[in-house]
Design a protein around this ligand. Structure first.
Ligand SMILES: [Zn+2]
Length: 391
């Protein structure tokens, strides 16, 4: 019998949501891999006495990141006098904002921060400080991305507009042949678009990528509007009292671009690389020919598992395989369970894929973008080349 926690992040879990994703897919029913993996991970936590959530390191990290955010913001808005003071401060502000997203908000939004629901909600709501929406993010990330990872037209993270082609099943356009050069710059602009446009557009149209979703209501709407008012006051309202508009716009642009580039690249390295699978559902049945947990592993790639600095800053997003299998376990535990997950994957014949370094992941993303920019790319070649890699 699958326990409640095993279901977290799985289609069964999300089928209990008040409004189900409109474009629902089914996965194969065989869940022996998932059950055994969960059994071993449960035993690991029992035997070691570690806590899945409410981890001391996480509270310390939260304090460091939020204090860093406040300090860089105050120094930038109230103390910086020259461009050479404002420039590094706005870069640091963009980086620490990304750190809040990777660590605090992401764990809170996944209910992985604490066993206490309001603590998770509070931490998840730090996304409002960095320009997102707690309500929209839960739909976009925990539903449309986590369940349907790398399934074209279902995983909203694959849809970055007409300028990028991330999967072999998306429409090719002539300018995609240069996407492996220009997309890196657009990732910065996507940070600005995400903060100033996407949430408003989604709420107004009730549309997120190819999915329809319900508008926020009641407290969700209050938090949405309050969050937007807070963010816009922090970014434009307060600074405009003290600085000319062009200064505010320039340094907002720097911070938001750094934020967007870092966020985009980290997420792209997990799924939009040449070693990841991009399966499609069966045309007639709408079924994915794979167990849900195996699908998660085969569409996800880790990187820099043994780099403590990257692991600290990325909030375990370099352990995306573990995250996609156990989204409700606090990320500070991922390095400890990683070996166990890898061994179980090997036993069940599931490919556990990783890039040894961040740079190796970046190069793989570059190659994948170049390949997706080719007009006559043959998707079957992708599978062949992956098998050869033996990743
Ligand atoms: Zn996630």
């Amino acid at each position: 019998m699958i326990q409640e926690q095993e279901l977290q992040g799985s289609p069964e879990y999300y089928s209990r949501l008040p409004v189900e994703p409109v474009k629902k897919l089914k996965f194969s029913k065989n869940n022996a891999f998932q059950v055994e993996l969960r059994r071993r991970v449960d035993a690991f936590f029992r035997n070691t006495g570690r806590r899945e959530r409410d981890c001391v390191q996480m509270y310390v990290k939260t304090a460091i990141l939020l204090l860093g955010f406040a300090a860089f913001y105050l120094l930038l808005v109230f103390f910086a006098q020259t461009w050479w003071q404002a420039l590094p401060l706005s870069i640091l502000l963009g980086l620490v904002a990304a750190g809040i997203g990777f660590n605090i908000q992401h764990d809170g939004g996944h209910q992985a921060y604490s066993n206490i629901p309001w603590v998770n909600q509070l931490m998840g709501m730090t996304i409002e400080l960095i320009g997102g929406s707690y309500y929209n993010w839960r739909w976009q990330h925990t539903v449309f991305h986590h369940i349907y990872v790398n399934i074209t037209e279902h995983d909203t993270d694959l849809d970055i507009g007409i300028f990028g082609r991330l999967t072999p099943h998306q429409q090719w356009r002539p300018f995609h042949q240069w996407q492996h050069y220009y997309l890196w710059l657009l990732y910065g602009l996507m940070g600005i678009k995400w903060q100033l446009y996407d949430d408003f557009h989604s709420v107004l149209t009730k549309q997120m990528g190819d999915h329809q979703y319900p508008r926020p209501q009641g407290w969700d709407l209050v938090i949405f509007l309050g969050g937007k008012a807070t963010f816009l006051s922090l970014v434009f309202g307060i600074p405009l009292f003290f600085h000319p508009i062009w200064v505010v716009l320039v340094f907002y642009g720097v911070a938001a671009s750094v934020f967007g580039v870092v966020l985009s690249i980290v997420f792209q390295l997990a799924h939009a690389v040449e070693e990841a699978e991009f399966p499609l559902p069966q045309k007639d049945t709408g079924r994915i020919d794979n167990d849900w947990a195996m699908h998660q592993v085969e569409t996800t790639v880790n990187f820099s598992r043994y780099n403590p600095v990257i692991t600290w800053f990325l909030g375990g997003l370099n352990f995306q395989v573990e995250h996609h299998l156990f989204p409700r376990i606090c990320h500070v535990n991922y390095p400890a369970i990683s070996q166990l997950v890898e061994e179980t994957c090997q036993e069940f014949g599931v490919k556990y894929i990783e890039h040894k370094s961040f740079w190796a992941g970046v190069v793989s993303h570059f190659r994948w973008l170049r390949r997706m920019g080719m007009k006559n790319f043959d998707p079957t070649q992708h599978l062949v080349s992956r098998t050869k890699l033996g990743a």
